[in-house]
Design a protein around this ligand. Structure first.
Ligand code: GDP
Ligand code: MG
Length: 163
């Protein structure tokens, strides 16, 4: 079975851009993975000879109680349950938000391997703007730019190493 990597984070941080980057030039086949429901977005990807599945998710609000947010939270929970490793995406330019804290609290309780990734970090001094993300309590913050393809290799080295 291929390892499964789930992209989680609040809306607009660049999850779908990262999904496209990870699955680019591979056939981004949706739901090509028996037993998984089709209301999330699945894609095939490959890194250093290792094939894996990526799940894109909608924005995540753990305490959402109604409507679309409740449905998005439910789908994200399912994606997280299916994942071997979770990539928690935050916005390097937007800084830490209350929603980021909610998601971090939820992910920390899960006890699954989780990588904290600060997207939109192109052109930013190494780590300089990223110290505030350590307050999320998930350890190392990895700067990437999904749009520009920076930091992606390091991200995948770390994400897939334990799998
Ligand atoms: P999602 O809601 O988390 O799936 O975020 P999207 O992938 O839809 O991206 C939200 C916005 O952020 C879009 O306008 C993207 O073009 C932009 N974006 C995504 N990745 C990057 C990046 O690496 N750098 C910059 N500057 N913008 C990005
Ligand atoms: Mg999206």
């Amino acid at each position: 079975m291929k390892p499964v990597l789930a992209l989680v984070g609040r809306p607009n941080v660049g999850k779908s851009t990262l999904f496209n980057r990870l699955t680019k030039s591979r056939d981004a086949i949706v739901a090509d993975y028996s037993g998984l429901t089709r209301d999330r977005h699945y894609g095939n990807a490959k890194h250093s000879g290792q094939e894996f599945i990526v799940i894109d998710t909608g924005g995540f609000e753990p305490d959402a109680t109604s409507g679309i947010y409740k449905e998005m939270a439910k789908q994200t929970r399912q994606a997280v349950a299916e994942a071997d490793v979770i990539v928690f995406v935050v916005d390097a330019r937007g800084g830490v938000s209350a929603q980021d804290h909610d998601i971090a609290n939820y992910l920390r309780r899960l006890g699954k391997p989780c990588l904290l990734v600060a997207n939109k970090a192109e052109g930013m001094l190494e780590g300089a703007h990223l110290v505030e993300f350590y307050e999320l309590g998930l350890g190392e913050v990895l700067p990437v730019s999904a749009a520009h393809g920076q930091g992606i290799r390091s991200l995948l080295d770390l994400a897939l190493k334990p799998l």
